[in-house]
Design a protein. Sequence first.
Length: 247
Amino acid sequence: MRREFLIGPIAALVVWQLVVSLHVVNAFFLPQPADVAREIVRLVGRGDIFRDILATCLRVLAGFVIAVVVGVPVGLAMGSSRQLSDSLESVVDLLRSIPGTALIPLFILFFGVGDKTKIAIAAFAAALVIIVNSMYGVSQGSRIRRMAAKTMRVSPLRRFFQVTMPDALPDIFIGFRLGLSACVVLVVVSEMFLGTTVGLGHRIYDAELLYRIDEMYCGIIITGVFGYLLNRLSVLLERRVVHWAGR
């Protein structure tokens, strides 16, 4: 691990401690970092926080898988067909302009207040991001390589998998990372406001309602770490799969 990695977190903790020590914010609403750290240790020791992490993780992964299954084929088709892109791009851009949280009431009407809504709203938002990145990955690929393959009379199917897909994969993986982040945000938000008894969003909101401020900050920090780790895993997978990018 590079030393530079620690500069940001240490600086954030120092600023946090200074804000508390100088009474810039009421200490009741912003506890000291040490108090929050002790609360994290307590929650981890009790073990029930892992139920919340697991529940949120399963919802995020379910939404993300649906988004990939829908978003990648649609995006690849739009990138490969000018007519299809012209027909659907405006619709996709319109839907992307609507905040996912604004659609929660609509999804409640369709799916109720259970896990289906949490997963569906996350999948919807992530799929739009993946569609756009997949589409641009195909359309901005190397025309020279495509023309060379066509000149050598490579079959369209083989040309797609050996030329078009490798060119598009870096953009597709960027869409995966952005879509995964969108899934985390929307699942946690939906856990706060829709009926559930387990999940990181539920823990944060429940702690805020009961003025368990230390626990609320613990939930926020754990959620941030959870999202960060998912992002790092996606980066590692991208480096394994798209190892030729930038070379």
